[in-house]
Design a protein around this ligand. Structure first.
Ligand code: SAM
Ligand code: SF4
Length: 326
């Protein structure tokens, strides 16, 4: 379906849970995070029902996110259920990698071949400082397992933070010389009330790119339709790629094709907007599919033209990232 600003909306990010086994400082700090009661979280059956309706409205790609999608019980069966939805062409997953070693095989069997693993540091001690947990080795084992099982591409999401991990930008980029990974630098976003975002910590993608130039020649890679908002580059002679997601410094709203469904059943048109439509209540109170389809269409039509969040502006989204699914 096309929204009121002529954008084709065909991609749904589905947050399957707001729970997580890490406590990243920019997402879900140790203190102050509240969780949705289990009874308010959509069941898998409810999620499948809603995804089917979204597919009728033109969605053909779903990314599973969270919270940490692999901590929710029965996730493999759920993915199988999604696979049976006619018209849904692609299912992908964003994970923190902690459980990836255990799940990689089953994810492949479920037909997932593209994954994003979030990993903000190449240093064990720093991993603990950023995530509050000591799972550095497990994440790397997971990435290695995924590589050996042929996941392609494996995208490594790195949230760049000045004074936290910016001294590793060049090391992360250098990884792509010998590994086929797509390392994607993400600007830290001011989402949630308590995520520690500050202008001082923020690093714009142009600065990240400039720092990487110290490694050698870096060329843009031709974009294709499934690229989403990432600007893609390759260091000359490298196996892998480097991507940049500059939600703040390089608004990509004009080409935004996404909807988001939270684990508590809210459909959202924009990560930075608190506008949401409750699908769970009508679903649980027996409203028919036409009613739900109407709500989905309204959300698509009302998708904000762009977000106005900038380095100086006020926060626009009060809900935390683990709820919305980054
Ligand atoms: N737990 C999974 C993970 O970490 O990959 C999936 C959910 S997480 C919310 C999805 C993505 O959002 C991750 O790549 C994470 O780094 C990113 N993210 C979370 N909070 C962010 C923030 N404040 N700014 C930028 N990216 C953020
Ligand atoms: Fe968990 Fe992902 Fe948020 Fe980190 S970014 S706390 S891994 S949901």
């Amino acid at each position: 379906m096309v929204d009121d600003h002529n954008r084709v909306i065909n991609y749904l990010r589905l947050s399957v849970t707001d729970r997580c086994n890490l406590r990243c400082i920019y997402c879900m700090p140790e203190e102050g995070v509240t969780f949705t009661p289990h009874s308010e979280i959509l069941t898998y059956e409810e999620m499948i029902h809603i995804v089917k309706l979204c597919v009728r409205e033109g969605i053909h790609k779903v990314r599973l996110t969270g919270g940490e999608p692999l901590v929710r019980k029965g996730i493999a069966g759920f993915i199988q259920g999604l696979r049976n939805i006619e018209g849904l062409d692609e299912i992908t997953l964003t994970t923190n990698g902690v459980l990836l070693k255990e799940f990689a095989q089953v994810l492949r069997e479920c037909g997932i071949s593209r994954i994003n693993v979030s990993m903000d540091t190449l240093r064990q001690d720093r991993f603990y400082q950023i995530t509050g947990r000591d799972f550095f080795d497990r994440v790397w084992e997971g990435i290695n397992e995924a590589e050996s099982l042929g996941f392609d591409p494996i995208k490594i999401n790195v949230v760049a933070m000045r004074g936290v991990n910016d001294d590793e930008i060049v090391d992360f980029a250098g990884l792509t010389y010998n590994k086929p990974y797509h390392v994607r630098f993400i600007e830290m976003m001011p989402v949630g009330e308590n995520n520690g975002w500050s202008r001082d910590k923020f690093i714009p993608i142009n600065e990240i790119l400039d720092r990487i130039r110290s490694l050698g020649v870096i060329n843009p890679v031709c974009r294709n339709l499934l690229d989403g908002p990432a600007r893609r580059y390759r260091l000359e002679g490298a196996m892998g790629e480097i991507g940049f997601i500059g939600a703040l410094s390089n608004h990509f709203c004009k080409t935004c094709n996404r909807l988001r469904l939270t684990s508590c059943g809210h459909l959202r048109g924009c990560i930075f907007s608190d506008q949401k439509v409750d699908l769970k209540t009508p679903l649980r109170t027996g409203r028919d599919d036409d009613n739900l389809l109407n709500l989905i269409e309204t959300t698509i039509r009302n998708k904000p033209k762009n977000h106005e969040i900038g380095l100086w502006g006020p926060r626009k989204c009060a809900r935390p990232m683990n709820e919305i699914g980054g």
